[in-house]
Design a protein around this ligand. Structure first.
Ligand code: AFP
Length: 341
């Protein structure tokens, strides 16, 4: 808990954003339309949190009986969360279009609604394989600007991650939390389930540069490239190896949860490319998973690469393109990236 909060009492998300809007501390003020966008997304995440919490009682578990553009079977909650985000955002006048992991093509704002300057991308329910076993899941979102005069089609979304104006995620776990950056550091809000408000609980998130904890799906070891195998073997060698310290391992299989742990206590998260599908550069999607998470991690003092290149510098060519991801404590991300180079 940073001392700012201790002296200011309960700060709601709305107050936090309005104070950013009036920013007098030399930081770029937050445009009101962007404040509205973030509040609408945060409200939709609250709705999703309540649906998630119903579980079997709400008939939201199991498969939807449909597939998505990724070739994955959709869970009911994938579809429910996607529809909640579309419905919440399509009429407000703050967006030009939306894109989602669950939709093959871009969703332009319907003609009968006003259009705005922002583009919203999201993974409506990240960690779907955890839904039916009651393990944390989340929602990831990213906000870009639609350049003046540019039609809000797929090409408008193909911007490097450093063009993001905001990014965040909600994590539906023992606590329901919203993590947000507008390029001025990282703030964490916790859902007060009695007043149904997002309340600021940390506004100076910092990732330690060093760590003794790593996150990777070890079952893929035989499929990794040599630099990854070398690095992981050094971590496993602990005190007896070149890194001269022991490491712990965690793998939640929901990126939001592994990233949240890293924001909270440090660590390195890795999803490298592997030989199972050599034509794919990785499993995670660049535009609505890697880019928003990399923006947040860098704003908290961490680093994020695809093994060689800073993720926020990667030039996208397709809406659903995938990327390898190494992110978290800066010194470890630099070490494993150095092995690739
Ligand atoms: P699902 O949404 O299909 O469960 O995938 C989640 C995810 O994209 C990411 O959130 C996890 O870090 C990663 O995949 C887990 O992948 P593995 O299931 O291969 O470990």
């Amino acid at each position: 808990m940073s001392n700012t909060l201790a002296t200011r009492g309960r700060i709601s998300l709305t107050r936090y954003l309005i104070e950013r809007e009036r920013s007098a501390d030399g930081q770029a003020p937050l445009p009101p339309a962007l404040r509205l966008l973030i509040e609408v997304v945060a409200r939709a995440c609250k709705q999703i949190a309540y649906e998630v919490g119903k579980g079997a009682l709400g008939g939201v578990l199991g498969e939807a009986g449909t597939g998505n553009v990724q070739g994955e079977a959709q869970k009911k909650l994938d579809v429910i969360a996607n529809e909640m985000l579309l419905e919440a955002n399509e009429w407000g006048g703050h967006l030009a279009a939306m894109a989602s992991e669950e939709m093959a093509t871009v969703f332009p704002i319907p003609e009968h609604y006003p259009r705005g300057e922002y583009l919203l991308l999201f993974d409506p329910l990240d960690g779907s394989s955890n839904i039916d076993v009651n393990v944390s899941i989340g929602t990831i979102f990213s906000v870009l600007r639609c350049a003046d005069g540019v039609a809000p089609g797929e090409d408008a979304f193909l911007q490097t991650g450093d063009q993001q104006v905001a990014a965040g995620y909600a994590v539906y776990g023992p606590q329901t939390q919203l993590v947000l950056t507008v390029g001025q550091g990282v703030a964490v809000f916790t859902l007060d389930r009695e007043t149904h408000s997002w309340i600021l609980t940390d506004d100076h998130v910092q990732i330690p540069a060093d760590t003794q904890e790593f996150a990777i799906n070890m079952s893929n070891r035989r499929h990794w490239d040599a630099p990854v195998t070398r690095y992981i073997d050094e971590l496993l060698a602990g005190k007896t190896g070149p890194l001269a310290k022991d490491f712990n391992m965690r793998w939640v299989a929901a990126m939001v949860s592994d990233v949240h742990r890293i924001l909270t206590r440090g660590g390195i998260f890795m999803y490298p490319r592997d030989a199972r599908e050599p034509e794919k550069p990785g499993k995670l999607r660049l535009l609505y998973e890697a880019n928003p998470m990399s923006f947040i991690v860098e704003q908290a003092g961490g680093a994020a690469t695809d093994g060689r290149t800073r993720i926020l510098d990667l030039e996208p060519t397709k809406l659903h393109q995938r990327v390898a991801v190494f992110l978290g404590s800066k010194n470890e991300v630099q070490r494993v990236s150095g092995y690739h180079r």
